[in-house]
Design a protein around this ligand. Structure first.
Ligand SMILES: Nc1ncnc2c1ncn2[C@@H]1O[C@H](COP(=O)(O)OP(=O)(O)OP(=O)(O)O)[C@@H](O)[C@H]1O
Ligand SMILES: [Mg+2]
Length: 233
């Protein structure tokens, strides 16, 4: 589904990603792990066309346009960014509406989509007229995922959805991602909390110093020490 080849990215003179090869299959949930500063966010931002990068990113058989996040989003690639990117002064309903720019607001498809998102996250249903900024961190993350789902993604990418959240809320969000994936949505998940991500992922890549340090099968990981050694490679 997603095929990333020899992707490099730089910020000015600093190369943040170096020749990354990575794939996400049609029904896969793929995790990207790695230490702070490894290049995980840069990877997602580069796929989304938000960095100065080189290499080739193919999605569903055709190359993704370069440096045009809106064109890439129209292809169905949707990113839930680090820090969520929701609009705090706007209500939950308005945020969800903004996510639906692909399908337009008001129509039957919009209503069906909204129904689906609210059934996945019942807490949002109770808070449709509340401002996004007044919700708890967990609820805001649910809104960020919900808003992304309103865009009818064909590939959902998430950048550390667990950041700063209580374990119970994180588990709830991860269960929902697992369910979405089981329904056929491919997911690329950046996560620092390795045990959590590996519980749901089919495959995982460890990124260190802007490179793929390892590709792992979560079923074969015996200890997290084993994983951590890649962090310092
Ligand atoms: N806008 C930017 N300008 C310059 N350098 C940047 C910029 N964004 C990131 N970098 C650098 O690129 C490298 C990779 O950063 P990135 O944010 O991708 O790491 P990360 O793996 O997502 O880290 P974290 O786990 O802390 O979120 C780091 O060295 C970082 O300092
Ligand atoms: Mg990051």
């Amino acid at each position: 589904m997603l095929d990333v080849k020899q992707l490099s990215a730089r910020y000015g003179h600093v190369e943040a990603l170096h020749l990354i090869d990575l794939t996400v299959g049609a029904n896969e949930l793929v995790a990207v792990l790695g230490p702070n500063g490894a290049g995980k966010s840069t990877l997602l931002r580069s796929i989304m066309g938000l960095t100065s990068s080189s290499g080739r990113v193919t999605f569903a058989g055709t190359a993704l346009p370069r440096r045009s996040a809106s064109a890439i989003a129209r292809r169905g690639v949707v990113l839930v960014p680090e820090g969520r990117g929701i609009f705090a002064p706007m209500t939950v309903a308005e945020n969800l509406q903004l996510g639906a720019y692909q399908i337009g607001g008001g129509g039957a498809e919009f209503a069906a989509r909204l129904q689906h998102v609210l059934s996945l996250f019942p807490r949002l249903k109770e808070r449709l007229s509340q401002t996004a900024g007044s919700m708890s961190g967990g609820e805001q993350q649910m809104l960020a995922v919900g808003r992304a789902l309103m865009a009818k993604p064909k590939l959902l990418m998430l950048d550390e959805p667990s950041l700063g959240l209580a374990p119970k809320v994180v588990a709830e969000i991860m269960e929902t991602l697992g369910r979405l994936n089981a329904e056929g949505l491919p997911i690329l998940l950046v996560e620092q909390k390795a045990p959590l991500a590996l519980k749901f992922a089919h495959r995982a890549y460890v990124i260190a110093n802007g490179r793929v340090a390892a590709e792992v099968n979560p079923r074969e990981i015996k200890s997290y020490d084993e994983l951590a050694r890649y962090y310092f490679s």
